[in-house]
Design a protein around this ligand. Structure first.
Ligand SMILES: Cc1cc2nc3c(=O)[nH]c(=O)nc-3n(C[C@H](O)[C@H](O)[C@H](O)COP(=O)(O)OP(=O)(O)OC[C@H]3O[C@@H](n4cnc5c(N)ncnc54)[C@H](O)[C@@H]3O)c2cc1C
Length: 365
């Protein structure tokens, strides 16, 4: 069986590696270079609780967080690359009484779900050694939220797909259309006019998915910066910014803006100002050396949930719309999606987040 994967970000790379295990011959088609889209730009937080999730999406994200533990061991063993996974815990500071009330409600909710969650007073945070701002009145603490270095993980995944004899990679190759015949996937059409046929196709083109196929995915731009520093142990994730210490480098990442500006390129003065303000509102003395800045586009959807699983065209599958949590979700979704493709194994999440919820009415943006 031959599979085409359209898009070589974390969604496409993880699905390719799962299908390889099932014996598929795979072609990954990437318009740029593998792993240089949103996947490269992310913060790498594995943070269902700091994100304040609930309901079925919380369940999915918790499964994905748990799945990471063995997944990184497998990837590190096969690739020989340390992917900077760390169960560092996430502190969510409150800057007002209103925020503290919301966070305490969340703590109680997560406790009722048997998840670890606690309240830290301002004094607790200071006693942890943090020169936190006077504006912070306390914080929620989620000790099971974690992080992975998404760039190292991406390098490891790329290393594995490049090594595989079953996976062919076409970079700088753009797909412009997906072609079906009698409601069955037939081929993809490339910008250079060529057509490539296969038995199945997975659309994993992230924020650009809608440029190839009529699917309600919209880009949400995010800017980030990094600072030369290694003083923090935990991630700090507030309404102003998130601050992520990297385990493998002397770097702290600050993220991220959220803007619906289509594919407008470049970092902006307002974006960087917002991130620096968020950092200094949390740690007023953080006058360290500025290192880098970057941006990319999250693949959002009208209800902000992913679009995964079967489509209305037989043998065409979706692995897109991962929005703010794609680094977290990708490995677990790749596993359940490849089980669907290979074994017809249905799954509650694939059903809940399939395209059919939008088909009656594809919203316009
Ligand atoms: C600033 C920022 C911070 C984030 N932080 C986090 C975080 O802390 N934790 C977390 O879990 N998630 C985070 N995310 C979200 C996460 O990065 C994304 O959800 C995830 O990377 C999406 O992966 P993807 O493979 O779907 O998309 P991408 O990584 O964007 O990959 C899509 C690929 O498809 C290719 N492509 C597009 N069109 C075509 C075409 N026509 N033909 C061929 N190839 C094509 C692109 O070039 C690209 O390489 C963040 C995102 C941003 C932008």
């Amino acid at each position: 069986m031959k599979a085409i994967i359209v898009g070589g970000g974390i969604a496409g790379l993880t699905v390719a590696l799962e299908l390889e295990k099932h014996g598929y011959d795979i072609v990954i088609i990437e318009k740029d270079f593998l792993g240089k889209g949103a996947t490269w730009a992310a913060g790498g937080m594995l943070a269902p609780q700091a994100e304040g999730l609930d309901g079925l999406f919380l369940d999915l994200c918790l499964k994905a967080r748990e799945y990471y533990k063995d997944y990184v061991k497998e990837i590190e063993k096969k690739s020989g690359i340390d992917v900077g996974y760390s169960e560092c815990g996430i502190i969510v500071p409150a800057f007002s009484e209103d925020e503290a009330i919301i966070l305490n409600k969340r703590i109680n909710f997560y406790k009722s779900q048997n998840l670890k969650a606690s309240w830290l007073s301002r004094e607790d945070i200071v006693n942890m050694g943090y020169a936190i701002s006077d504006k912070v009145i306390g914080a929620a603490y989620y000790s099971d939220d974690a992080q992975v270095d998404n760039r190292l993980l991406t390098n490891a995944l790329i290393n594995l797909v490049r090594k595989s004899e079953k996976i062919k990679i076409l970079e700088k190759t753009e797909v412009i259309a997906i072609i079906e015949k009698n409601n069955l996937f037939k081929s993809v059409k490339l910008k250079n006019g060529e057509e490539i046929e296969a038995d199945i196709c997975v659309l994993s083109a992230g924020a650009w998915s809608r440029t190839i196929f009529d699917i309600p995915v919209i880009p949400v731009k995010g800017e980030m910066i990094s600072i030369k520093d290694k003083s923090l142990k935990n991630i700090f994730y507030s309404s102003k910014a998130y601050i992520i210490p990297r385990k493998n480098y002397d770097l702290t990442l600050i993220g991220a803006t959220e803007e619906k500006v289509a594919f407008k390129e470049g970092n902006t003065v307002f974006g960087i100002y917002k991130l620096l303000t968020g950092l200094l509102d949390t740690f007023p003395h953080f006058n360290k050396r500025f290192f880098d800045m970057w941006y990319s586009f999250r693949p959002d959807t009208p209800d902000h949930f992913p679009i995964i699983g079967k489509s209305h065209i037989k043998n065409l599958y979706f692995a897109t719309g991962y929005h703010r949590n794609g680094i977290l979700l990708a490995p677990y979704i790749a596993k359940i999606l490849s089980d669907l493709i290979h074994k017809e194994e249905e799954n509650i999440y694939l059903k809940a987040y399939d395209i059919f919820r939008f088909l009656k009415h594809i919203p316009s943006f």
